[in-house]
Write a protein that binds this ligand. Structure first.
Ligand SMILES: [Zn+2]
Length: 176
């Protein structure tokens, strides 16, 4: 399943929990702008939203952005999605970016859920930790920590401090 969020008309806002001074759609908005305008904040079930893998942001019945959801954050009684924009080459992006809203309906609700045929092959994949389980995300629940801890044990003698210092040093070397 994917979640589709339909943008309304452009409007300025104040006191926005995401720090925006506008929401809604306008002509020729970029995908990043559409994602920022559409990822929140909505009355939606947080667990359900976070369980979806893909999000389509639409406006004027066109898909303006396609994102992979990584989480959902609560702002009082509303929810904002977190995630990354998909780019050309990803099957979901190639199928829907710029196309008509595949989950168009007449509901007043901006948020709707639906199946996208391209998702089926993508939604189950092997856990990236190599355990052999399958998951709808990169990792089975909790396995990213196991994968990190295994590397700390294997390469840093179990020292999280040594691991973090190595990352910081590596990044510093990469940018200097
Ligand atoms: Zn795993």
């Amino acid at each position: 399943m994917a979640v589709r969020i339909r943008l309304g008309d452009y409007q300025s806002v104040q006191g926005d929990p995401l720090g925006r001074d506008w929401v809604g759609c306008f002509p020729r908005m970029t995908e990043a702008e559409a994602w920022q305008a559409g990822r929140g904040v909505w009355k939606m079930n947080r667990a359900r939203a976070a369980a979806e893998r893909f999000c389509l942001i639409t406006g004027k019945n066109r898909v303006l952005a396609v994102a992979e959801i990584s989480g959902a954050v609560k702002y009082q009684d509303r929810i904002a999605l977190q995630g990354e924009l998909l780019v050309a080459g990803h099957p979901l992006y190639d199928a829907y970016a710029g196309q008509a809203d595949p989950l168009a309906n007449t509901s007043q609700n901006s948020v709707t859920y639906g199946d996208l045929p391209e998702e089926a092959a993508l939604c189950i994949r092997p856990c990236a930790c190599g355990c052999g389980e399958t998951t709808r995300r990169y990792f089975a629940p909790g396995h990213e920590m196991k994968a990190i801890q295994a590397r700390v044990r294997q390469h840093f003698g179990g020292s999280a401090l040594a691991f973090i210092q190595w990352i910081d040093q590596t990044l510093q070397n990469a940018t200097s």
